[in-house]
Design a protein around this ligand. Structure first.
Ligand SMILES: O=C[C@H](O)[C@H](O)[C@H](O)COP(=O)(O)O
Length: 328
């Protein structure tokens, strides 16, 4: 496969050299090359030939002598094949953020086995995993799967795909959960909940033996809150301002600003559980995350927060250079 690509590439560039570059340079009589017409022609041919060789050497480095780039690309190619996209013919393929999400999601579904009880996450990344599980069920490659959804949205998606659903009451132990995240720190701690589903996600993912988190590389941070984006906290609607002020004061030293999340119409965003979300924006690190977590949960109006500490057992990161799989 790899050598076929190489020869295709070599042949294409040879044609390119013969049909386009050489006559093109010849007709315009490029003045960048010194000397009379014969010596110019010779220079141009040499230039084209060296350009051709340069292409071949570059491509060889990427394919025949694969250091990091080639390994990464072969991984991406494998994943692209798995998701039924055309495999890249050259390293010039540009992957969108959604492609990366899909690659991570499809990789995670490789962990799924027939007969499993699955936690189905809620995110633009997890959506691809749920789609894939539905597809494998339809093809008969997976059987006897029971899904526990982490939101009403995922529930609707799973039902539309024919994935049998249950709940934690009937299945208190989940084999595997797959979900996205908003931030991942180097210890595989997560921020979740920018989609508003953090409470059900924490319940389901807290009940699973394995939690595979799937992200594109933009989600990697040095410390939680480090993206400068929201750290969501689910609060009861009753006197939410009082609770938001308590949260802001709690993390005053980290430069915390607490804001109620609104929907598109400017009304408070309401979660699947009928609660509000207060988003915390931090300027500095929170310090000990377990202490921060306990302190938030001690505030009476707080239902749950979006820090998922020591919960992910595996994090699959899809990036431009390939997939990396981090395990606890
Ligand atoms: O409430 C939403 C969830 O926690 C998501 O997992 C998280 O927001 C990541 O979502 P996405 O994969 O769409 O970036």
């Amino acid at each position: 496969m790899r050598s076929q690509c190489f020869w295709q590439y070599a042949f294409t560039h040879f044609l390119n050299l013969l049909l386009c570059r050489f006559p093109g340079f010849f007709f315009i009589r490029c003045t960048h090359f010194p000397g009379n017409q014969t010596s110019r022609l010779f220079s141009i041919s040499a230039f084209n030939l060296s350009s051709y060789c340069f292409h071949l050497i570059c491509y060889s480095l990427l394919t025949i002598n694969p250091p990091r780039m080639a390994i990464a690309w072969s991984k991406i190619a494998a994943s692209m094949e798995a998701i039924s996209l055309s495999p890249p013919m050259s390293p010039a393929v540009i992957l969108t953020q959604d492609d990366l999400k899909k690659i991570a999601a499809y990789k995670a579904v490789e962990f799924v086995e027939s007969g499993m009880v699955l936690g189905l996450g809620t995110s633009s990344t997890a959506k691809h995993a749920v789609d894939r599980i539905g597809e494998l069920l339809r093809q008969g490659k997976l059987t006897n799967i029971v899904g526990i959804s982490t939101s009403k949205k995922t529930q609707e998606q799973a039902l539309s795909l024919g994935i049998p659903l249950s709940d934690l009451d009937a299945h208190p132990a989940i084999d595997l959960a797959i979900d996205g995240a908003d931030e991942v720190d180097p210890h595989l701690n997560l921020v979740k909940g920018r989609g508003g589903s953090l409470l059900r996600e924490k319940m389901v993912e807290g009940a699973c033996k394995k939690f595979v988190c799937i992200v594109d590389e933009s989600k990697l941070v040095k410390h939680l809150g480090g993206s400068g984006l929201a750290l969501p906290v689910e609060v009861v609607p009753f006197c939410w301002k009082f609770t938001a002020n308590k949260l802001q004061n709690l993390f005053r030293r980290s430069g915390c600003a607490a804001k109620l999340r609104n929907d598109r119409e400017g009304k408070p965003f309401v979660t699947d559980n009928g609660n509000y979300i207060v988003d915390l924006y931090l300027k500095k690190e929170l310090g000990d995350l377990h202490i921060a977590s306990d302190s938030m949960l001690r505030i009476a109006g707080v239902v749950e927060h979006g820090m998922f500490l020591d919960m992910a057992t595996t994090v699959i990161v899809a990036g431009e250079l390939g997939i990396t799989i981090e395990k606890k």
